[in-house]
Design a protein around this ligand. Structure first.
Ligand code: SF4
Ligand code: MG
Length: 328
């Protein structure tokens, strides 16, 4: 029995601001228990919205999310409580997501109290244990968020997420606000915790480099839709979709003598409020043809079991992918 998260919006929209923005539009995916699943795309592509929809932190206009075979929209109050405990989220900016007036002990201990998992000294012991688990000290419980560095604050956020004994953690750009050297530490920590507690991880990122070594599968999103869904190694070895190719080409290559990437993203990301017709990527795609602005490509299954939404992925595979300088 795997964790089965499914999101499908039959052309629905999300009312998050006074304008209707199709933040996530017709996305359907299943996350397997125990895997690290990455959702990647530029800002505004809907990946954070998708993360919040999965946890039912915001309500979908249409569609459904299934968790362990059950629709989370039909859960009874008791089961919603269990869901809120088993599915946790950590945010990009740990400072903004931690209450500045609460000390670390209360921040980390709050879910334990909310879910009635432990009381009094037992709760304090549990908080100390959680702080140790994420590489902090028990004495840190008496301090406040502003006394910590960005990396330490993210560790506090992770300790809080772990407090309810979760099965799945969604990281919404968990390292993008941190220095590169600290990013690796937090990624290593998440990988260790995943092994230790048998977690399922969903990592939302705008940077393919960040998720390359930690994720098992990747969904590449553009303007609320999945463009490509593949195992991570296959995606890096042979990106099928022109957008994935462009994202990979944008990863800085360490050596200045390397070949320049040939596929570059042109122009700005269009507004999600009025996405382009047909293939949403057609205004920026170097391979676009007239049909691309008229017909929306389906998320097609390839013989290798990958998924790609492009009318011409077969042709482009030979021409485009070969010209990309992939980082070693
Ligand atoms: Fe480019 Fe057309 Fe493929 Fe869209 S369908 S990615 S515009 S070639
Ligand atoms: Mg975001």
């Amino acid at each position: 029995e795997g964790i089965d998260l499914k999101k499908h919006f039959g052309g629905g929209g999300l009312l998050s601001t006074p304008t209707v923005v199709r933040a996530v539009d017709g996305v359907s995916l299943a996350v397997q228990r125990g895997e690290t699943f990455a959702i990647v795309g530029e800002s505004g592509c809907g990946k954070s919205t998708l993360g919040r929809l999965l946890l039912r932190l915001i309500e979908a206009t249409s569609g459904d999310v299934r968790y362990e075979g059950q629709s989370i929209l039909s859960l009874k109050p008791n089961d919603v409580r269990r869901l809120r405990r088993e599915l946790q989220i950590i945010f990009q900016d740990p400072f903004a997501s931690l209450n500045p007036r609460m000390n670390v002990g209360d921040i980390v201990g709050e879910p334990i109290w909310l879910h009635g998992l432990a009381k009094g000294s037992e709760r304090r012991d549990r908080v100390a244990e959680l702080l140790n688990t994420v590489g902090l000290r028990a004495a840190h419980a008496d301090r406040y968020p502003h006394e910590f560095s960005g990396g330490q604050r993210q560790r506090i956020g992770i300790a809080r997420a772990l407090a309810g004994d979760p099965k799945l953690i969604i990281g919404d750009e968990p390292v993008s606000a941190l220095d590169v050297s600290i990013q690796a530490q937090i990624i290593n920590l998440l990988e260790d915790l995943k092994e230790r507690f048998g977690l399922t991880l969903v990592i939302v990122a705008h940077d393919l480099a960040v998720i390359r070594h930690m994720s098992d599968r990747v969904a590449v999103m553009y303007l609320g839709q999945i463009m490509e869904l593949s195992e991570t190694d296959a995606l890096f070895d042979n990106p099928l979709h022109p957008y994935t190719q462009a994202l990979l080409a944008a990863i800085p290559v360490p050596s200045p003598s390397s070949r320049q990437p040939k596929v570059l993203l042109q122009g700005d990301i269009p507004s999600p409020a009025s996405p382009p017709s047909g293939c949403r990527f057609h205004t920026r795609c170097p391979h676009a043809r007239p049909v691309c602005s008229q017909q929306t490509p389906a998320l097609e299954a390839t013989p290798e079991g990958r998924r790609v939404a492009c009318h011409f992925w077969r042709e482009i595979q030979g021409a485009g992918a070969g010209s990309i300088t992939a980082p070693p």
